[in-house]
Ligand binder design. Structure first.
Ligand SMILES: Nc1nc2c(c(=O)[nH]1)N[C@H]1C(S)=C(S)[C@@H](COP(=O)(O)O)O[C@H]1N2
Ligand SMILES: [Mo]
Length: 516
């Protein structure tokens, strides 16, 4: 019996490697596999507190994603080896014979059914941009194929190891088995090598190199160039949508459901609009904020045609990567809420949501769903990806400002200064605009007006600078702070009652050392 179990364990492990390689191959073709969607499925259960502390412990979102995929692969290999052991035991008890019907039911049909049930909410993921229902089918077929590879490899490896027929009284590990185990290991290593090559290929296109890109400091200009625009994604590998496969659905609580091809959307009167985006997790000194000129159509144009029922209260947006988020129907009907297909005069870049993304001025970045494929009108209870985790409840950006120049903790010597020190930065008031920016050189005791030298309208940030620069009155350590007033006259402040998961408030401050 032990012989059958050990041989099964080994064969299961080899079959697990073959299955994982199959999944990596599918991933190269844009098919969603458990390697990533299990993480997506589980991450909504982690509330933001533990999520952030876990992220801190492993060293950032990128490491967390790598940890997620890595542990899924290891977990998968352990399950595969265990399944192999069960298979070994089964074969032994059935005196050496296991009909294909039986093994396919247990190792192919059963896991596929379980995956369909457990992973249902995330199955509609497609990195080539298939509509959600088609994506769900493709993901399931890919999964069934992967477990089929597992089952066939398991049966073949096991038979190769122990010979065509294992006897119930057969207990000895013969030298032949040893030799065969060696051959099988060699094959396993070769297959795993192929897997590593695929994994490397995927790693190169993965989001690790750019997720978390920030835009701040001396380089900041009124409009952020596309390749410098800040970037945040939940994905390990981002979608690269094939627009021929893609379409946009409008459904839910509406009288007229519709699907739109990309070409149809270009037929609506376009709108160009400068809008700033900022991530909910952007720190006071951080650069998860950027500004671009977006071109697209008002979402309202599609919703008007869809005719929402009177019970409709929110709109839920689905990306092809199975990301979802919601906004109130009222905000969706605002003429500045856009479906954008161009960014700074060119086609939307892949990493910023090609072919279509939502722009919701004044709401945190997460609401600006990229790779949009479904617009679903819902009741008031619908929730988004991060909201389900527990972010929020407030998703409207508070007024923020940042000092970009000089650097925090920089040194100047009064004797060597031949001109005043340049002080400049940005101010952002959500969709309320910016009416005033003030600077303090004494940690907030007194304030001086700064000059707003660029404003991109109410939906975009403003750029400010200290007019004629700053000449320190004497040597010392200076705490420089900035605060902005939005277009409605509300002065930026620290909001002690705001949930820590609704974005930070307060002032950006830097320290500058002035020597004699
Ligand atoms: N489909 C999809 N849309 C998404 C995300 C995502 O992971 N998937 N991330 C959101 C988050 S948290 C932010 S801050 C913005 C970032 O947009 P950007 O990368 O274009 O700057 O996209 C949002 N839209
Ligand atoms: Mo974000």
């Amino acid at each position: 019996m032990w012989k059958a179990i050990v041989a099964g364990l080994f064969a299961g492990f080899i079959a697990g490697i073959a299955m994982t390689v199959m999944m990596l191959l599918l991933a190269c073709f844009g098919v969603a596999t458990p390697l990533v969607i299990i993480g997506d499925r589980l991450s909504v259960f982690i509330s933001p507190g533990p999520f952030l502390s876990l992220m801190g412990k492993v060293g950032g979102y990128n490491h967390l994603k790598q940890l997620g995929v890595g542990s899924t692969i290891i977990g998968q290999l352990l399950v595969a080896a265990t399944a192999g052991a069960v298979f070994g035991l089964m074969t032994w008890r059935r005196a050496g014979r296991c009909a294909m019907l039986l093994t396919t039911s247990i190792f192919v049909a059963l896991p596929t059914i379980v995956a369909a049930i457990v992973l249902w909410p995330v199955l509609g993921t497609s990195y080539v941009g298939l509509p959600i229902d088609a994506g769900r089918l493709v993901t399931l077929i890919g999964f069934a194929l992967s477990v089929f590879v597992f089952e066939r490899t398991l049966v073949a490896s096991f038979q190769f190891l122990v010979g065509p027929k294992i006897q119930r009284e057969d207990q000895e590990f013969t030298p032949t088995i040893g030799r065969r185990a060696f051959v099988l290991s060699a094959i396993g290593v070769a297959v795993a090598g192929g897997g590593v090559a695929l994994a490397r290929k995927l790693y190169r296109v993965a989001t690790f190199s750019y997720d978390g890109t920030q835009y701040k400091g001396r380089i900041v200009q009124p409009i952020t160039p596309n390749d410098l625009f800040y970037c945040v994604t939940k994905n390990v590998v981002d979608p690269r949508v094939d627009v021929r496969l893609w379409h946009l659905e409008v459904n839910g609580l509406v009288r007229n459901r519709a699907t739109w091809r990309f070409q149809d959307l270009l037929g609506f009167p376009p709108i160009e609009q400068e809008t700033t985006l900022m991530c909910i997790s952007n720190g006071l000194d951080a650069g998860l904020i950027s500004n671009a000129l977006w071109k697209g159509l008002p979402l309202r144009d599609l919703l008007d045609q869809a005719a929402p029922f009177s019970s409709a209260a929110r709109v839920r947006f689905h990306g092809v990567d199975n990301y979802v988020d919601t906004i109130p129907l009222e905000k969706a009907m605002d003429p500045t809420t856009l479906l954008a297909y161009e960014m700074n005069g060119v086609r939307l870049p892949h990493r910023h949501g090609y072919p279509l993304r939502l722009i919701v001025p004044g709401y945190f970045g997460e609401k600006h769903v990229k790779w949009l494929t479904r617009i679903e009108v819902t009741d008031p209870n619908a929730k988004g990806f991060y909201e389900t985790q527990g972010w929020g409840p407030d998703f409207i950006t508070p007024t923020r400002s940042r000092i970009d120049v000089p650097d925090h903790e920089s040194w100047f010597s009064l004797g060597q200064l031949n001109s005043p020190i340049e002080v400049k930065g940005i101010a952002y008031g959500g969709d309320r605009g910016i009416s005033r920016v003030e600077l303090s050189f004494d940690d907030g005791k007194t304030w001086n007006d700064a000059e707003i030298h660029y404003t991109g309208g109410d939906l975009a940030w403003s750029l400010w600078k200290m007019h004629a620069g700053w000449t320190p009155t004497g040597p010392g350590d200076y705490v420089i702070a900035v605060r902005a007033t939005d277009g409605e006259g509300d002065v930026q402040e620290w909001e002690p009652d705001r949930s820590p998961f609704s974005g930070v408030t307060g002032f950006h401050k830097i320290v500058v050392y002035i020597a004699a």
